[in-house]
Design a binder for this molecule. Structure first.
Ligand SMILES: Cc1ncc(COP(=O)(O)O)c(C=O)c1O
Length: 389
């Protein structure tokens, strides 16, 4: 356990939450920040807003510290799909251009690219491959390979759009390797970090990422419908706005000044009235938690807790899908033999929250949890998986 964790997360009783890859418990100070904003508006309407004018500038600073970039490169968004839609639809594609992605991406990082077919752009999907060459009788998602990516790249490849961490298998892209690969070839790397931000340390500039987007309510423990978008300044200049409104304009509150005068920083994507309450919640958890602890220490603690859980699992009942260290993430996909759709509600009834798309049960603990919770949860998983066989 990292020093100081129990002060911030005092309540270790109740259900054991191993689903940080889904919708996480909202951090308590984030919930308070949302309530404070809402109470002010409830009491004073527009008069209540003046206490909160710093919310977005603070979020830009906090996001920049988290990602190691300039505050000007950060935008508040409501979800990953919104961010990636603005990037994909605003990108200067020409007919015949290509985008490379992976066949089992989460929909928020799939449909925005599919839509580019309307502009004559080809979406190439990397096949599912186990990076360690293992076979899977269940035909479940595993990962993708750099070798295939290299084979599929052509002179028309403009964008590689990939998740940092795959939501189903937990396979993590090696972003330094991928970023270097894209940079050498003049390809823009766009990354869905919904399953990594708050769990794996991430440096956008060092990884040569053109844009990245993440949701706030998973590993960041923030509000539902909050998220961050990073755009590198030269990349942002290439994008056409596809959502427009007063929030993106320099004259913002001067509503009868209709000149086309947009910001050229991340405010370009905060096009109109945005959910300040959710942004305030995200600020609270970033300032109190994720900017306080070292990102590598958080990751290492998550990995350690995964190992505590796995060491207490019956290997005949629970088989983890493991990857090399560079491809490891906060999610360990478990093959459990029985029907995951039936196992999950039984686990929930027994006090263990785990989720499982694509036939896996996903183990996704977070750094603030305790060894005894991992051990208790493993015992419950063993029992229910044995009964469900
Ligand atoms: C890889 C990935 N991207 C994005 C999301 C969420 O997308 P959105 O923020 O659009 O709801 C998820 C949610 O599970 C995810 O796993």
């Amino acid at each position: 356990m990292l020093p100081g964790t129990t002060d911030l997360f005092p309540d270790a009783d109740g259900p054991i939450f191993l689903g940080h890859c889904s919708v996480s418990p909202l951090y308590r100070t984030a919930a308070r920040a949302i309530r404070d904003f809402t109470d002010d508006i409830a009491a004073r309407g527009v008069g209540g807003l003046k206490n909160h004018f710093d919310i977005l500038p603070r979020l830009h600073d906090n996001g920049a510290r988290l990602l190691g970039c300039a505050a000007a490169d950060i935008s508040f968004v409501h979800n990953t799909a919104e961010a990636l839609s603005m990037v994909a639809n605003g990108y200067p594609f020409a007919p015949g251009d290509q985008i490379i992605s992976y066949v089992h991406e989460y929909p928020s990082n799939h449909y925005p690219w599919v839509l580019q077919g309307r502009r004559g752009v080809e979406l190439i999907l990397l096949a599912d491959r186990d990076p360690l060459g293992r076979s899977d009788p269940g035909n479940r998602p595993r990962g993708w390979s750099m070798d295939e990516l290299e084979e599929r790249v052509t002179a028309r490849t403009r964008v590689v759009a990939i998740s940092h961490v795959q939501f189903s298998s937990g396979y993590a892209a090696d972003l330094r390797l991928l970023g270097g690969f894209c940079r050498e070839r003049g390809i823009d790397l766009v990354v869905d970090c919904a399953q990594s931000l708050g769990c794996l340390p991430l440096r956008a500039e060092a990884c040569h990422i053109a844009a990245l987007a993440a949701s706030g309510w998973k590993w960041l423990l923030g509000p539902w419908a909050s998220g961050l978008l990073y755009t590198r300044s030269d990349f942002r200049r290439k994008l056409q706005p596809v959502m427009t409104g007063p929030g993106m304009m320099r004259q913002h509150l001067d509503y009868l000044d209709h000149r086309w005068n947009p910001h050229n920083d991340g405010r370009l994507f905060e096009y109109s009235t945005v959910a300040w309450d959710h942004a305030a919640g995200l600020n609270a958890v970033l300032e109190e938690v994720f900017l306080r602890f070292d990102g590598a220490a958080i990751r290492d603690e998550v990995f350690r807790l995964q190992e505590v859980f796995l060491a207490h699992c019956d290997p005949d009942l629970v088989r983890p899908l493991r990857f090399d260290r560079a491809n490891r993430s906060g999610i360990v996909a478990l093959e459990v033999g029985g029907d995951v759709g039936k196992i999950m509600p039984r686990l929930a009834a027994a006090g263990v929250v785990m989720t499982g798309p694509a036939g896996y049960l996903r183990l996704a603990p977070h750094f603030y949890q305790q060894d005894r919770q991992m051990i208790g949860a493993a015992a419950i998983v063993n029992r229910i998986c044995a009964e469900q066989r």
